[in-house]
Design a protein around this ligand. Structure first.
Ligand code: FES
Length: 111
């Protein structure tokens, strides 16, 4: 792990993360906060990664597990970026439909 000692260390690390994220055309932001995790978001995250690989999209779509979005009662939460398309009460069974419809539609607009 990189040790951050100065502001410029932090800015350099931030730049690395931004460069990494720029490799992807779209992102699926999945809440990994306590409330969503209690609603099995960790299983959803695995299902999303599996479905992206199945559809050959793992190099186009970044999966990011984040902290709480503030909608814990509505979890698990998924946000599709760009567009900030918000899904709530998402189950692992929804991964295929979200990726097939929403993500693929966005990617077709970007290409
Ligand atoms: S824990 Fe997911 S929205 Fe709060």
């Amino acid at each position: 792990m990189t040790e951050i000692k100065t502001i410029s260390d932090l800015e350099a690390l931030r730049g690395e993360f931004q460069n990494y994220r720029n490799n992807f055309k779209s992102s699926l932001v999945l809440c990994g906060g306590t409330g969503c995790r209690a609603s099995r978001s960790h299983i959803l995250i695995d299902a999303v990664k599996d479905e992206l690989a199945k559809q050959g999209l793992e190099k186009d779509v970044l999966v990011r597990a984040t902290g709480c979005h503030g909608f814990c009662e509505q979890g698990p939460i998924v946000v599709v970026e760009p567009g900030n398309i918000f899904y709530c009460h998402v189950s692992p069974d929804d991964a295929q439909e979200i990726i097939s419809k929403t993500v693929n539609n966005q990617l077709s607009l970007i290409r």
